[in-house]
Design a binder for this molecule. Structure first.
Ligand SMILES: Cc1ncc(COP(=O)(O)O)c(C=O)c1O
Length: 385
C-alpha cells in the first residue's frame, strides 16, 4: 500500500529527536518543564461547565446537530461581534459554527482551490494554512514575517504574476508564533490588494481575545472587508476550551456558504450541548475571561522581565500567550532547543517548526503555572552558552 502523493507532500515531522529526548528524561524521573504546548493549563470556567452539564441531559441535544450551527449559537456569535468590534452580521448567512477553528481553516481551501492555484501563506505560521493548501493540490507561496517588518507580511515583495494566480491570502493576527498584532492601516492595504487581484483574505483570529494592551482588531472593523474576507474565531484559547472543539467563521456570505457546503459533505456539525455551552460563554465573555487574562498577563510580565535580564532579544508580546525569542548566536533553533532540554529539562519550540523563516527563534508558551515559570527561568539563568 502506498500513501497518496498528496499525503507524501506533507513535510516530515521535525521534532522526532526532541520528543525522544523529552520522553527519555521523563522516564528517568527528571522534572521536565514543558513550555512547548499552545494549550492553556487553566480549566474552563466552571459556569460554562455547569451549562454544558445541563445541556448534556437534554434528549433533544442527543440527535444530529444543525450543520451550520444552531441559530441560538450563531446569534450569540453575532452579538459578541457587535459588542466587541461594532460590526453587524446576519446570523442566517454570514456565520458558521466550526468544530474548532482548525477544522474550518483546514477545510476552507477545498471550497476554492484548484490544482496549481496559489495560496499565500505566512512563514513562520500555524502549519494548517499550508497543509490545507497541499491537501487541495494548491501551491503555497511563502510570505516571510520578519522582525524588521514587525512580523507583518511584506506584500510589496510579492511579484505581480504571483498575485494574479493567488486565490487565498492567509493572515493570523494576533499572530502565532510571533505574537505580533495588526493595525487598521495594514488591513486596509490588504483589502485593497485583494480587490485589485480578486483573491480571498482568510483571517485566523484564534487569539483575538488573548491580549494585554489595546484589544486586537477584527478585519471587519475595516470598510470593504465583507466583500473579500472570512474570519476564523475560536473559543479554545479565549475560554480555555481547547478540548471542547468549538469555534465559528464570519464574513462574506458567499465564502461562508461555500465552506458550509464543504462541511455538510464531511462532518455533521458541533454537538448541540457544546454549542449551548459556547453560547453561554460568548454571551458572558467579558466576565468569564478577565481572570484568565490577568493570570496570563502576570506570567507574561514575569517571564518578559527575567528574559530581558538574561539578555534575550524579543518584542514584548501585546497579545497571545507566547513569547517569540531570538536564539542566542551560533546556534540553530533546533540546536538551542535540544541543549535547553538536554541540560535544563525545559521544552520550548524551535522556530523552524513554523517554517523556514522561523529559523533563528524559539517560542515559549506561557501555559504553565507561575511557580514552574520561575523554576524554568532559574534553570535558564544557569545555562552556559
Ligand atoms: C494560530 C492558530 N489558529 C488556530 C488554532 C486552532 O484552534 P482551535 O482549532 O482549537 O480553534 C490554533 C491552535 O493552536 C492556532 O495556534
Amino acid at each position: 500500500m502506498e500513501l497518496s502523493e498528496r499525503l507524501q507532500k506533507i513535510p516530515p515531522y521535525l521534532f522526532v529527536e526532541l520528543d525522544r529526548l523529552k520522553n527519555e528524561k521523563i522516564k528517568q524521573g527528571v522534572e521536565v518543564i514543558d513550555l512547548g504546548i499552545g494549550d492553556p493549563d487553566l480549566p474552563t470556567p466552571s459556569e460554562i461547565v455547569e451549562v454544558a452539564k445541563k445541556a448534556l441531559e437534554k434528549a433533544s441535544n442527543h440527535r444530529y446537530p444543525s450543520n451550520v450551527g444552531s441559530i441560538v449559537y450563531r446569534k450569540a456569535c453575532v452579538n459578541y461581534f457587535k459588542r466587541r468590534f461594532g460590526v453587524t452580521f446576519d446570523p442566517e448567512i454570514e456565520v458558521l459554527a466550526l468544530i474548532g477553528s482548525k477544522e474550518g481553516i483546514a477545510h476552507f481551501p477545498l471550497a476554492f482551490i484548484n490544482p496549481e492555484d496559489i495560496v499565500l501563506c505566512p512563514d513562520p505560521a500555524y502549519p494548517v494554512y499550508h497543509l490545507g493548501t497541499i491537501f487541495t493540490d494548491g501551491i503555497p507561496y511563502y510570505v516571510p514575517l520578519t522582525w524588521e517588518n514587525e512580523f507583518l507580511p511584506d506584500l510589496g515583495s510579492i511579484p505581480e504574476n504571483i498575485f494574479r494566480k493567488t486565490k487565498i491570502l492567509w493572515l493570523n493576527y494576533p499572530n502565532n508564533p510571533t505574537t505580533a498584532t495588526a493595525s487598521k492601516e495594514f488591513f486596509k492595504e490588504v483589502i485593497k490588494l485583494a480587490k485589485k487581484y480578486d483573491f480571498i483574505i482568510a483571517h485566523d483570529a484564534a487569539y483575538v481575545e488573548i491580549y494585554f494592551e489595546d484589544p486586537p482588531l477584527s478585519i471587519f472593523e475595516v470598510n470593504g472587508a465583507k466583500e473579500v474576507a472570512i474570519e476564523f474565531h475560536s473559543l479554545s484559547k479565549t475560554f480555555c476550551m481547547t478540548g471542547w472543539r468549538i469555534g465559528f467563521a464570519v464574513g462574506n456570505s458567499f465564502l461562508i456558504s461555500a465552506l458550509a457546503k464543504v462541511k455538510s459533505n464531511i462532518d455533521s456539525g458541533v454537538f448541540t450541548a457544546i454549542q449551548e455551552a459556547g453560547t453561554y460563554a460568548l454571551e458572558n465573555l467579558e466576565n468569564l475571561t478577565t481572570s484568565i487574562k490577568n493570570t496570563l498577563k502576570k506570567r507574561r510580565d514575569l517571564v518578559v522581565e527575567e528574559l530581558k535580564k538574561l539578555g534575550f532579544e524579543f518584542k514584548v508580546p501585546k497579545a497571545t500567550f507566547y513569547i517569540w525569542v531570538k536564539v542566542p548566536k551560533n546556534y540553530s533553533s533546533q540546536e538551542f532547543c535540544k541543549k535547553l532540554l538536554d541540560e535544563k529539562a525545559i521544552v520550548v519550540t524551535p522556530g523552524v517548526g513554523f517554517g523556514k523563516y522561523g529559523e533563528g527563534y524559539f517560542r515559549i508558551a506561557l501555559t504553565v503555572e507561575e511557580k514552574k515559570l520561575k523554576e524554568a527561568i532559574q534553570r535558564l539563568s544557569t545555562l552556559k552558552l
